[in-house]
Design a protein around this ligand. Structure first.
Ligand code: IPM
Ligand code: MN
Length: 347
């Protein structure tokens, strides 16, 4: 029997509960489809940091390299460990190490979810550049603590980085409704964002079948609220994509529905799958975290592994649960009840 090695990093807060839920659903889907999922769980988290002084062991990245995929819950517990430490010690190094340059985040309304816009249907695939741009980590501080203190953080845009994310976006648009929206701020940022626009225009010539539109980030934020149905694939830089995908989560009914995949399309290293929501310390011990974002991220993992049938079965089961309004309103159902509904729909 074919089997995949999966690294589980439940992490902090609600990350543990939603990862457990997702794993249960994925294991059932794998049994149904006749392949194996061999999971190894790593306790890397803020707890781990307090015990060992690091978010993960020094050879953590090398350990992960041997897996087919990584399923991550959430990282961060800011009351105990500053976010700048926890995220730079675990989540962000993984995103850098395996060059998962496409961060894919689907935004659509599941059946039974109305969303705040009451807008009818939309189906947006946000593709966030995931390795450079505003998250490049290039910068520094001088004259620390004095009146003359200066902080610099430089965005890095490389031809290679911008081309590959846009090409990925064009390819996705080809598999969907044939529309690509490229998001910049080239009216104000005249180097990096004009560079991005130029590359979009040049690549568009290779994809004559794709309808390309350029938007500034501010206008795109408004469009996602006013006319989300007009959008198909949306490609943006790391920080712009980060912000737009929280907006995307909001219009799809909340962060409990926002799934994501950090994909390295070259496939020689593990890609990572994680819900967008974070550790949610405020509800972490209440048993009411919505596991749907994590389960959906798991479905994206199955799809990436080549198990499209099982991925589809998981999505259909999620949709069957939400169509019965299970998991569609924050706090109304327990994590375990939502999980049970998805499991029973899976059969
Ligand atoms: C996300 C998160 C992360 C990001 C944080 C936790 C560093 O907001 O995955 O969207 O900014 O990428
Ligand atoms: Mn974010």
């Amino acid at each position: 029997m074919k089997s995949y090695k999966i690294a589980l990093i439940p992490g902090d807060g609600i990350g543990t509960a939603v990862t457990e839920a997702a794993w249960e659903v994925l294991a059932r889907a794998a049994r149904g489809a006749g392949f194996g999922l061999d999971g190894t769980s790593f306790p890397w988290s803020c707890d781990f940091y307090e015990k060992t002084g690091a978010m993960m062991p020094a050879d953590g990245i090398e350990t992960l390299r041997g897996f087919d995929a990584i399923l991550l819950g959430a990282v961060g517990w800011p009351k105990r460990v500053p976010d700048s430490v926890s995220l730079h010690g675990l989540l962000l190094p993984i995103r850098k190490a395996f060059v998962p340059y496409a961060n894919i985040r689907p935004h659509r309304l599941l059946p039974g979810v109305e969303g705040p816009l009451r807008a009818g249907s939309f189906d947006i695939l946000c593709i966030r550049e995931n390795t450079e741009g505003e998250y490049a980590g290039a910068g520094g501080r001088v004259h620390n603590g004095t009146a003359d203190e200066v902080a610099v953080e430089t965005s890095i845009f490389t031809r290679k980085g911008v081309e590959r994310i846009l090409r990925f976006g064009f390819e996705q648009a080809r598999k969907r409704r044939g529309k690509l929206a490229s998001v910049t701020k080239s009216n104000a940022q005249k180097y990096s964002m004009v560079f991005w626009d130029e590359i979009t225009a040049r690549l568009a010539a290779d994809y004559p079948d794709i309808e390309v539109a350029n938007y500034h980030i501010d206008a795109m934020a408004a469009r996602m609220v006013m006319a989300p149905e007009s959008l198909d694939v949306v490609v943006a830089s790391n920080l712009f994509g980060d912000i737009l995908t929280d907006l995307g989560a909001a219009i799809q009914g909340g962060l409990g529905f926002a799934a994501s995949a950090n994909i390295n399309p070259e496939r020689n290293v593990p890609s990572m799958f994680e819900p967008v929501h974070g550790s949610a310390p405020d509800i972490a011990h209440l048993g009411i975290a919505n596991p749907i974002a994590a389960i959906w991220s798991g479905a994206m993992m199955l799809e990436h592994l080549g198990e499209a049938g099982a991925a589809k079965a998981v999505m259909t089961a999620i949709e069957a649960a939400t169509a019965r309004r299970i998991g569609t309103e924050p706090g109304r159902h327990k994590t375990q009840d939502i999980t049970a509904a998805v499991l029973s729909a899976l059969g």
